[in-house]
Design a protein around this ligand. Structure first.
Ligand code: ADP
Length: 384
């Protein structure tokens, strides 16, 4: 490949925690990296060889950055895809490909893609404005309750709202959107698939997501998911079908709904390392980050199965605290067996900001889940 001579370089667009964790593999394997992020304090800055401050949505910034590297990847979806397409034309290897990213960036296009490919997903209708949606409600073509989703990228549920009345409808933002059926969800599960340049594909075991009751953020991720073998197989099969449809290179995190009726429906995907795969650093034979790098370099993919059960807790800023961050009771959680903290290195905390995560590994999933609850209660992300 020539990459191991370190004469060739990998560029990562986005310098958040996902980038930082990707860099633990590039450091281990002595691969040369460039990172671009708008913030000079980006968590990934310390792990890369070269850092560029730049706007990920600016055509010129992305183009200039991409020209410096042989292979370009992302750790966030909000990237200027026109620049990525131009870089592909100029011979830079861009993974995930610009076309895949463009499709995924628009939630409506993404859903229409599943419909076209016959991939199971919740029924939906697309509207090009809020007015058009309101009109459909008046005409009885859309009825309450439903889930409003903005076409443009949201993050952690900001572009998603359950609409139960005309009053709720008034609060959503303008612009293209969809009305999706409100699904009776039994469990939210996920499967991470990885596909290499030459098409070798592996899927990780299903994970189960537990949500924070008010913040609409994932609080615990359990691996393996507490589901039957039959559902596990079905979910992995659906995820592989999604991966095949996209023909992406690198990781694809597939978020799924297990419905009360036992159906598996695709919610959405992310073509990058994902929060639901952090457990794999300690609990799997091959972490999602190493797997992504293997795929991009067209190396053999690693074993995705678990060595141990893993439960991940997101470490988010406590309510009522804003300012320089302080991690209270770290020494207490480190005294517990199997507790592996990851601190992302963001200097300032805010309520519910993702500041780190903690993975608890154990031979027994239920024990790991109990310790995770204890860890969650003990550690506090505060500002003094
Ligand atoms: P985001 O991209 O902002 O994370 P998602 O589409 O993943 O948005 O939705 C966030 C959460 O909202 C989901 O994890 C789920 O809990 C809930 N949700 C989304 N779509 C539906 C739906 N059709 N029915 C019921 N709940 C939903």
């Amino acid at each position: 490949m020539g990459f191991f001579s370190t004469t060739k370089t990998i560029g990562i667009l986005g310098g958040g925690q996902l980038g930082k964790m990707l860099l633990s593999t590039t450091r281990q394997w002595d691969l040369t990296t460039h990172v671009m992020d708008p913030s000079p304090e980006a968590p990934a800055r310390i792990g890369c060889n070269h850092f560029t401050q730049g706007d990920l949505m600016e055509y010129q910034d992305v183009l200039d950055f991409g020209k410096k590297v042989d292979l370009l990847t992302i750790e966030i979806e909000n990237i200027n895809t026109k620049a990525l397409a131009e870089l592909e034309k100029q011979g830079v290897k861009v993974y995930p490909q610009a076309a895949v990213l463009e499709l995924i960036q628009n939630k409506c296009k993404q859903k229409e893609f599943y419909q076209k490919k016959g991939i199971p997903t919740a029924p939906f209708q697309v509207f090009n404005s809020k007015e058009a949606l309101k009109d459909a409600v008046v005409r009885g073509r859309v009825s309450f309750p439903f889930v409003w989703k903005s076409a443009a990228m949201g993050y952690d549920g900001f572009g998603v709202q359950i609409i139960r009345s005309n009053q709720d409808l008034e609060t959503v933002s303008e612009g293209g959107c969809m009305a999706e059926d409100l699904v009776a969800i039994e469990k939210e599960i996920g499967v991470i698939v990885c596909r290499s340049v030459s098409g070798e594909t592996v899927s990780y075991p299903c994970v189960e997501m537990e949500f924070h009751p008010t913040a609409n953020q994932v609080e615990f991720v359990l691996s393996p998911a507490r589901i039957s073998k039959k559902i596990e197989e079905k979910a992995r099969e659906v995820a592989l079908e999604v991966s095949k449809a996209y023909q992406h290179v690198g990781l694809l995190a597939v978020e799924l709904f297990l419905t009360k009726e036992g159906e598996i429906w695709v919610n959405e995907v992310a073509p990058r390392p994902h929060n639901s795969g952090h457990y794999s650093i300690e609990a799997a034979y091959t972490s999602q980050f190493e797997q992504h790098i293997r795929a991009l370099l067209d190396l053999p993919l690693g074993n995705p199965e678990n060595k141990l059960a893993g439960v991940m807790v997101n470490l988010v800023g406590a309510e009522g605290h804003q300012g320089p961050v302080y991690y209270k009771n770290m020494e207490h959680i480190l005294a517990i067996e199997g507790v592996c903290p990851h601190i992302y290195g963001k200097k300032e905390t805010r309520p519910f900001r993702k500041m780190g995560h903690i993975t608890i590994v154990n031979k027994n999933l239920e024990t790991a889940r109990q310790i995770a609850a204890q860890v969650k209660e003990t550690i506090e992300v505060i500002s003094k």
